[in-house]
Design a binder for this molecule. Structure first.
Ligand code: HEC
Length: 171
């Protein structure tokens, strides 16, 4: 890997400073935004764009869905791509690490299918997310081992957990 020239590093730092300053300015102007979202860990950027949050989590869910469909084709329908199953397993384990984190309080939106029950009962929502995370991690691990029966069992268990959350928390 080539090392990054110092001038480039400085320029990048400057751009960051300018962007950060811009954020602060927007932040103070957005004080009357009707749907501000306060995220712990985002100190200094109090108001986030809810639409961007919705686009992001729906994109993550669609990616999850794509990896599930590809895994099903390989494991259940015999698509000859066994050498790629660990790629899907690893991606699913990574994408499903912390679902509740994608749903900060105040991120309900017209274009979102998230039900208000998520924030009324965040404990149960978090439990469902935790359950899926554990099953995704188990599937990811099984795909490293490559045992067909173990992979299939872990995959089906993971698939079952999606509906368990959607039934209560998605329109
Ligand atoms: C802890 C709850 C939870 C779990 C577990 C969960 N989802 Fe979701 N999912 C949601 C919610 C809530 C939405 C609606 C998000 C929105 O529209 O803002 C959603 C949306 C989706 C969407 C629609 C995305 C779009 O384009 O609008 C797909 C597809 C999806 N989930 C697939 C899955 C799959 C596959 C799994 C299991 C591997 C899964 N989800 C696990 C809560 C969950």
């Amino acid at each position: 890997m080539r090392s990054v020239p110092l001038s480039l590093t400085l320029a990048a730092g400057l751009v960051f400073l300018v962007v950060a300053a811009g954020f602060t300015a927007v932040d103070s102007r957005a004080a009357h935004d009707p749907s501000p979202v306060g995220l712990p860990g985002f100190a200094g950027v109090q108001n986030l764009d809810v639409e961007a949050l919705v686009d992001h989590r729906q994109g993550v869910m669609r990616a999850v869905s794509g990896h599930m469909a590809a895994s099903a084709a390989i494991l259940l329908d015999g698509a000859p791509f066994e050498d790629r199953i660990s790629l899907h397993g690893t991606a699913l384990a990574g994408l499903l690490t912390d679902i509740p984190d994608l749903f900060p309080e105040g991120s309900a939106h017209d274009e979102s299918d998230a039900r208000p029950e998520i924030w009324e009962d965040f404990g149960t929502f978090t439990d469902r997310g935790q359950d899926t995370m554990e099953r995704a991690a188990a599937f990811g691990e099984a795909t490293q081992g490559g045992n067909q029966a173990e992979m299939t069992q872990a995959f089906i268990a993971l698939g079952d957990s999606c509906g368990a959350c959607h039934d209560s928390f998605r329109f």
